[in-house]
Every structure is written in structure tokens, then in C-alpha cells.
Design a protein. Sequence first.
Length: 244
Amino acid sequence: MRQLPELSLAEKLVHTGFIFLVGLGLLVAEAYVYVTVGGNNGLTVHAVAEHYYGNRSSSTLQTVLPRMMGYAGMSAADKPKMVAAVNHWIASGETEADYNQAIKPLIAGNCLKCHSVAMTKVLHNPPLVTYGDVKTVAKVDTGMSLSTMLLNGMIHLTMLGVIFWVAGWIFSKSRVPNSIKYPLIIIPFIAMLVDFSGWFLTHQNPAFVWLVLIGGALSCPIALLEMLLSLIQMWFVKPRLQAA
């Protein structure tokens, strides 16, 4: 098998074009994850765990309730009562009977000036008119849905599998010692499987977020390293003289 330094110019050009375009694509993908998952605080362990597990300590309603009560002009004495009522209702299962008894009167008396059907069209606030409206904003964030993880998994495993295969096939023609070459070729495949399984495990328990972090750190970055070494081999290593 001819090694990378001995390839023809045409072969080197086509491999180089692949490496530059796909390498840039992987870097953009890493940046996308950093921006969408990390947000303003960066790609922290907590941010990654929350992306898959969600923030189950509080619903949207509970998070914005202090601000809503301020806009409604509630007295300092009434605010703790409303917070306690909402927390109890959510913790008790958000039943419609409890809503009608304890939550609906509070919403009607304090919130509908901004969250009626008419005002939501003006202020673009979520409506809080019906039980269904309130239950929607009282839903606890459980992170990425299973259907979304399956869809993303199909895309990631298929596309990255092909990329890792081509990158590994090119790198297999390098003169890098086999003790280094073999691990670098196989690690991205294993790491992607670890990453993918980590999504579902983290969705159940945030302690498994380390699988996602380890898998992400060893999949695309290792593939990029393979591509970089392949470029060096193609263009900066002298071809061996052919035997006469």
C-alpha cells in the first residue's frame, strides 16, 4: 500500500480538500455546541448536564413568578402565599381540582391584567387564562426530549461515522507508528458511542454527564488530529525512493 508521502499530486489534492472542508465543519460543529449548550456562561459541566437532564428544580412559572408578582404590584405579605401555593400545586401533581381551588383565584386576581388572551397578543406573554395555559408554563424542564435525542443520534452517528471512516482510512496510509496509529483510528468511533450513550444516561441522571464530556473530547478532536497528521505526512514528509 502506498503511503501518504508517495501519493500522486491529484490524490494529495483530493485528500487535502476533504480534510480542509470537513475539518472546518467539525470546528464549526464544536463552536455550535459551545454557543447553544454553553450559552453566556460557557460550556461548563453544569450547562451540559442541564442540556440533557434539564433544570428540574424549578418550572418556568416558578422561575418568573417573583418578577410577575412585582409587575402585578402584590403586597409583600401576599407574595409568600402565592409562591407557597404554586410550589405546593406543582409538587402535588398539578391537578385541575387543586388548580381551581388554590391557583385560579390567585391568577385571576393578580395576573390576568398582563396574561389575558387580549394582552398576550400585545405583550407577547404566555396566556394564563385556562388550566391548560398555566400547566404549560408550570411544566418542569426535563432537558432534551427522547425523540430529539434519537433524531440527533441518527444524524450524528451516521455523518460522523462516515467522516471518521474516511479520515481514518487516509490516516492509515501515514508513516505514524502502528502503536499510535491504531488507537487514533479507533478512538473517535468508540468515543462517539460513549457520547451518544451518555445523552440517554444523563437524561436519567446528571451524574453521567462525564460520559458526554469524555466522548465529546475524544471523538471530533482526535479525528481532527488524524487529519492534521495526514496533511503533514502528505506535504512535508519526503517520499521514499522506489526500488529499481
